[in-house]
Design a protein around this ligand. Structure first.
Ligand code: GLU
Length: 428
């Protein structure tokens, strides 16, 4: 196969994967609604986003030519309140992925009980090959393109894969200029000086750590001395490694897109953090690496997939040795693999629960923006802990009481509020 053939095959596989992601989300939503006693109509309402906007964004590139980028914004369900969710910049963004991710945002907001529905956006681009100026023009162009359907009481974007507080700042500035008033509540994940919240950057990782602590308690595992493997060393993975290392855990494996590092005695996380680049790459500095697949199958107590989707599948689910798997990435375990892990008695903390710390502190940021009154880091951290501990136990208790796996239990907790709100509004 020539390079073009390989590229076409990869694109086809990507389309299949995202369709798969949407259909497996729909299957679990359907099962969760049926278990809650809802009729088919509720599933028909919730199986796809209420709104999906596709935009084309012209951007003048540094060399003078104009490139047209494609972007999306999906709003899953706004019965509970405005929709909320990140915007990702990635070459493999596609419509079905954005749809599925907007549904996951609805579920996350339901699980942690925020007054929001789910939304998600994405732009097909590769920020690793773009200058800051090009990224700024793309970010501003995206806001102009979607401005009619977003806003502090309509749909509130946030960071996601390859977007950060600088991009949020440009987007907020563009929105405020369009509306002609300062609108910090339009977007979350902003820099502190523009109304960002203390603790937002580390919130997703902090939420994962709280879930790990709660899961470890259920399994009688002490964090101090626990052997942890983390797949991914990006924003979430690196924060996690640091938190767990500082809490006394032994981080015995980490990875990036190129490979993985393993040391049964524990890796020097501070050194690795110091050497990683802004995309989380660090393994290229070492000679002795293992593959990402070998990493997942390492003997450990806690496995945290914090990189990309579809990592634990029917092919390796039987070889996972961890007794707790906490999904810090979106969709790292396939539908079939979830069943295998739970049959094997592994405690799986699903993505929609484990990664809900980010949107929780985004909610705190939005509340602070609306009040114009700002909280200390301790206050944010304390409030986040309360929310995550309560949500974890709510899902865990549902799973135990109804003899379900944690994913299905989380989906049941997650869809309940939007279903009730949709019914009260008379939609179904
Ligand atoms: N993109 C993050 C997520 O998927 C955060 C969303 C938000 O803060 O609104 O949960």
């Amino acid at each position: 196969m020539g390079t073009q053939g390989i590229a076409a095959a990869e694109a086809k596989q990507q389309v299949e994967e995202s369709l798969n992601m949407l259909t497996s989300t729909q299957i679990v939503v359907k099962e969760a609604l049926a278990k809650l006693g809802y009729q088919e109509e509720m599933y028909e309402l919730l199986k796809e986003p209420l709104r999906m906007l596709t935009v084309r964004i012209p951007v003048r590139m540094d060399d003078g030519h104009v490139e047209i980028f494609t972007g999306y914004r999906a709003q899953h369900n706004d019965a509970v309140g405005p929709t909320k969710g990140g915007v990702r910049f990635h070459p493999e963004v596609d419509e079905n992925e954005v749809k599925a991710l907007s549904m996951w945002m609805s579920l996350k907001c339901g699980i942690v009980d925020l007054p929001y529905g789910g939304g998600k956006g994405g732009i097909i681009c590769d920020p690793r090959n773009m200058s800051l100026g090009e990224l700024e023009r793309l970010s501003r162009g995206y806001v102009r393109a979607i401005s009619q359907i977003v806003g502090p009481t309509k749909d509130i974007p946030a960071p996601d894969v390859y977007t950060n507080s600088q991009i949020m700042a440009w987007m907020m500035d563009e929105y405020s200029r369009l509306r002609e008033y300062d609108s910090p509540g339009f977007i979350t994940g902003k820099p502190l000086v523009l109304g960002g919240s203390h603790g937002r950057e580390k919130a997703t990782a902090e939420g994962v750590v709280i879930c790990i602590e709660e899961a470890a308690k259920k399994r009688g595992i002490e964090i101090k001395g626990a052997r942890v493997v983390i797949q991914g060393f990006g924003n979430a993975g690196s924060f996690l490694a640091k938190f767990l290392h500082d809490a006394g855990a032994k981080v015995i494996g980490i990875s990036d897109a190129n490979g993985a590092l393993h040391d049964p005695d524990g890796l020097d996380i501070d050194y690795l953090l110091d050497r990683r680049d802004s995309f989380g790459t660090v393994t290229n500095l070492f000679d002795h690496t293992i593959t990402n697949q070998e990493l997942l199958e390492l003997d450990c107590d806690i496995l945290v997939p914090a990189a990309i989707s579809n990592q634990i599948t029917v092919k390796n689910a039987d070889n996972i040795k961890a007794s707790i798997v906490v999904e810090a990435a979106n969709g790292p375990t396939t539908f079939e693999a979830t069943k295998i892990l739970s049959e094997r008695g592994i405690l799986l903390v699903p993505d929609v629960l484990a990664s809900s710390g980010g949107v929780t502190v985004s909610y705190f940021e939005w509340v602070q923006n609306n009040q114009g009154y700002y909280w200390s880091e301790e206050e944010v951290s304390e409030k986040l802990r309360k929310v995550i501990v309560k949500s974890f136990n709510n899902v865990y208790d549902t799973a135990v009481a109804r003899k379900l796996n944690m994913r299905l239990a989380a989906y049941m907790v997650g869809v309940r509020k939007m279903s009730e709100a949709s019914r009260f509004r008379g939609w179904v």
